[in-house]
Design a protein around this ligand. Structure first.
Ligand SMILES: CC(C)(COP(=O)(O)OP(=O)(O)OC[C@H]1O[C@@H](n2cnc3c(N)ncnc32)[C@H](O)[C@@H]1OP(=O)(O)O)[C@@H](O)C(=O)NCCC(=O)NCCS
Length: 191
């Protein structure tokens, strides 16, 4: 089911800074499955603006937003593909992070964002893989990632710990986007 309004997925620009911050804060404050803990996301307007500008200008990074015409402030979901820019040996992989505002979860916005993110990575001449980490109990996330060709390569029992000491298993996933490399692998369809 799609939201009532039309969903548009596009790259964020610095002009979106305030609305991106609003969406990110609401998303993080309302989900137990975000790896950023309460209080850890403290980007100022200037820092977020610089981050969006850097994402726009970096040849191997992408920051997508989903907008819906009937949403009060437009942006309802985010999807980032980032790199460890300090490590040249990791330049062939991007790390995916994403989340929707609570009212828009389970309404196919994540599917729309993921579709664009995978298409971008597949078309990118230098990228070989998308990677991500997810709580083993995050059913919606796992369904979305598996549907878009991500497979598990590792599980870390007690890999995540909450402020109250509760521990959770973390799953590491990869979505290869190129043939080749040293390990035989089957690519998902459409690649
Ligand atoms: C996880 C998340 C990004 C998925 O995006 P979404 O827009 O809600 O997902 P979609 O509506 O596109 O649905 C994707 C799949 O998940 C399933 N799904 C959606 N909500 C679900 C739920 N609450 N429980 C189980 N499955 C669910 C859908 O049925 C669909 O599977 P299908 O294609 O096999 O039918 C989103 O729910 C979210 O932001 N959650 C909170 C933050 C978070 O977990 N971020 C990811 C951290 S790794």
């Amino acid at each position: 089911m799609l939201p009532t309004g039309h969903v548009i997925v596009r790259s964020a620009s610095p002009d979106d800074t305030e609305r991106v911050l609003h969406c990110a804060n609401e998303m993080m404050n309302t989900s137990p499955f975000v790896l950023t803990a309460a209080g850890e996301f403290a980007m100022t307007h200037e820092q977020e603006r610089a981050f969006l500008l850097a994402s726009m200008e970096h040849p191997r990074q992408l920051f997508l937003i989903a907008e819906v015409s009937d949403a009060p402030d437009g942006i309802v979901g985010l999807c980032s593909l980032t790199q460890n820019t300090a490590k040249r040996k990791m330049r062939h992989r991007v790390m995916l992070g994403m989340g929707m505002r609570p009212a828009y979860r389970g309404r196919r916005v994540g599917t729309a964002l993921m579709h664009e993110a995978v298409a971008w990575a597949v078309a990118h001449p230098e990228l070989h893989m998308m990677v991500l980490a997810v709580y083993a109990s995050n059913e919606a996330g796992l369904r979305l990632y598996r549907a878009h060709g991500f497979t598990e390569w590792g599980r870390l029992p007690d890999g995540l710990v909450e402020d109250d000491g509760t521990m959770s298993e973390q799953i590491e996933m990869v979505r290869w986007v190129k043939e080749g490399g040293t390990t035989p692998r089957s690519l998902p369809g459409g690649c």
